[in-house]
Write a protein that binds this ligand. Sequence first.
Ligand code: LLP
Length: 421
Amino acid sequence: MFHYRKYILHCDSLPLPTLVEKYGTPLYLYSSETLRARYGVFQGAFKGTRHSVCYSVKANSNLSLMKLLARFGAGFDVVSGGELHRVSKAARGRLKQTVFSGVGKTQAEIDAALRASILLFNVESEGELELLAARATKLRRKARVAFRVNPDVPAETHPYISTGLREHKFGVAIADASRLYRQAARSKHIEVAGVSVHIGSQITDVAPFRATMERVAELVLELRQAGHDITYVDAGGGLGIDYEQQEGISEPIETFKRRASEYAKAVLEPLQGLNVHLLLEPGRALVAPAGVLVTRLLYRKQNGAKQFLITDAAMNDLLRPALYGAQHGIVPVTRDPGRSRETFDVVGPICETGDFLARDRVLTDAEPGELLALLDVGAYGMALASNYNTRPRAAEVLVEGRRAKLVRRRETFSDLLAPEG
Ligand code: LLP
């Protein structure tokens, strides 16, 4: 886990300055101990219920992290042919524990998923059902299907990551569900198997999950009465984490235990007596606190009343502050208790005013050359990184016990230019 020992930030048992010496900055650094602990807590919260954890690959699709999660027992939730390909590379055996979500599956993606014999297609429209039925017939495969229903439940989160309202592009209206299930059941190559939902991301109040599952439970009963064999309920992902740690690094595991068990209760209670196999698609809750982004301070400068810390990490490395106004903790890699605290904007070298990692943030004073760590970036950090301004993407290192493993090397300029011939 991330912690200070003698004023120096460590990842599991390794000091960050030593890792930076070897791998450079900006650097994504992951703690396998944190990942293991959080997976254990999440999975433990559903003990006693038939369930599978299908880790949402989009949160962090690094192959080594996926392998580690597969070793813990996870299946996967994918939303593209690319993510499906990653599952087949990281843990081929887990394709049968993989669900495929997304509003715009292409024919090529559908074919690949049919050939891979995945567990479940979460179908999001009538058009997709028709294409899936046609392709399954053509390839002589059977597609197990759930419809992703839109429960019309508001979830308090950033509007860009809320998905469960009627006006969003996701899922099919519950009111249309019985007609669509009837239509699906008519195809010999479709096996109607479940109901699926996902209402959004970074949801910290569990009430919307409960409200959603109440609607899902009603639908399961109704569909069973109509003769459909509903085995699976896919509750989606969305459980949030606490990004605003006052003390220490990241959410303590005890806090997560409490939240995971509240979440499990909210999901399970409405489903009581239905005897379904529950599928869960957590992303952030498992991986966010398992990662930090280490960056070196390049310059300090003052423009008017503003003090800027200019770092070698930018919005192309971590987009969340610019895109969602996300507030990631920022701590010095080497702590000096004598330092004062001041208000800074932390910005990167990219030519955009939106290129900031923090705004008007009270931080411990820092000098050029020193290292800072951005916290809770294991989810949607590297996954959202780009090459904007022709910046090579950062390296990723996974710490396992006393060993650090480079799990994605830093990109080079030739990597960036390669597709252009
Ligand atoms: N299942 C489905 C169908 C999803 O769309 C998502 C996330 C998940 C599971 C996993 O959700 P999680 O447990 O990680 O909340 N880029 C944004 C988050 C976008 C989430 C998209 N869907 C961010 O950085 O906050």
